[in-house]
Design a protein around this ligand. Structure first.
Ligand SMILES: [Zn+2]
Length: 112
């Protein structure tokens, strides 16, 4: 068992666990009981739900998936992130909708 993710809440934890399972990584969510009792406890990382994988060999793979998820979350909350022109490779600030260098439109979503 290895811990791959510390979630913000149980829904977050289960979402990550679902992603991992989709990729064939067996995992479980721990700490939900503490989450339920957190009103009575002082808030600390120990009271947050965590996601653990059963197969330690999958740790690197699992962390990669978690990192992707975390980045996506980051993009969702900040809504705008810098992007790279697919035509000329110029790095663009988030506020530009097309490349100031060659005029290529910002691609909708690069990751799938
Ligand atoms: Zn360009």
């Amino acid at each position: 068992m290895k811990k791959v993710y510390i979630a913000q809440d149980p829904a977050d934890a289960h979402f990550v666990a679902g992603i991992l399972q989709e990729y064939g990584i067996s995992c479980e969510v721990l700490g939900e009981d503490l989450w339920g009792a957190r009103g009575a406890l002082s808030v600390s990382p120990d009271t947050l739900p965590t996601v653990w994988i059963r197969d330690d060999d999958k740790f690197d793979e699992a962390r990669k998936l978690v990192r992707k998820y975390e980045n996506k979350t980051l993009n969702a909350t900040t809504s705008d992130s810098p992007w790279k022109c697919p035509n000329c490779g110029e790095e663009m600030e988030a506020q530009y909708t097309d490349c100031w260098q060659c005029g290529t439109n910002r691609p909708a979503e690069t990751q799938t």
